[in-house]
Design a protein around this ligand. Sequence first.
Ligand SMILES: Nc1nc2c(ncn2[C@@H]2O[C@H](COP(=O)(O)OP(=O)(O)OP(=O)(O)O)[C@@H](O)[C@H]2O)c(=O)[nH]1
Ligand SMILES: [Mg+2]
Length: 254
Amino acid sequence: MPVVQPRVSIVIPVRNEARNLEVVLPRLPAAHQVVLVDGHSVDGSVEVARRCLPGIETVDQTRMGKGNALACGFARVTGDIVIMFDADGSADPGEIPRFVAALTDGADFAKGSRFRPGGGSEDITALRRAGNAALNMVTNRLMRTRFTDLCYGYNAFWTRILPVLDLPAVDRPDRQWGDGFEVETLINCRIAAAGLRIAEVPSFERDRIHGESNLDTFRDGMRVLRTILAEHRRSKRTTPAAMRARAELEAVTE
Ligand SMILES: Nc1nc2c(ncn2[C@@H]2O[C@H](COP(=O)(O)OP(=O)(O)OP(=O)(O)O)[C@@H](O)[C@H]2O)c(=O)[nH]1
Ligand SMILES: [Mg+2]
């Protein structure tokens, strides 16, 4: 049964983004829910967010890393659609309707792409662009996908597909694979392996407004490569968890 007017939940991982939140939060369109997942910020990010957007829900992440932050945020979602939204000013809130439209038009996963006509970036360095292109190519070869922008954090999906992502449990105390910046690749690969419908949405990435990136090009690039190889192996075997996830998904989409 298609949802005619889907409720949109915006999930924002935040690690010391107080000055950016002041600019970004007032620009968000009205949404069913905005969830800020705090990553041990020491600059008053949570207080600033509550002041700028009184209805915002805030949650502390349980471990370290952007992947764990997203998993904690997804666990709080009550809407029909999840928007993954960075707090640093790179993601344009004006593009949210485009992501929602891709989903209501039939996609399960709307993947932002800086490299589709109409997209772009003023934030990506030449080195990261080259690394992303290489990792993108490896993924497309192994997973038989046609991604144009593997390592991009602005994406959206129907909440009902969450079981397919099978992200690490949020209540485990020890660090899990998928807790770091590899999370976007992990999600892309699992969606593809499950045979879900992916639509790419042209997206323009702006420069981070204040502060510095949390990403380490080489370390995180290697984590992404390991993730692609691991997800390729995973896609070859159907684990009980994956079977359960697919069965659940079929049950809700029937
Ligand atoms: N909660 C939480 N948020 C994080 C963590 N690492 C990054 N983030 C947030 O995730 C978003 C993206 O992080 P960035 O550091 O901008 O990384 P990026 O956008 O991949 O890389 P750049 O293009 O260099 O900015 C921002 O809103 C960060 O505050 C973390 O460990 N925990
Ligand atoms: Mg950024």
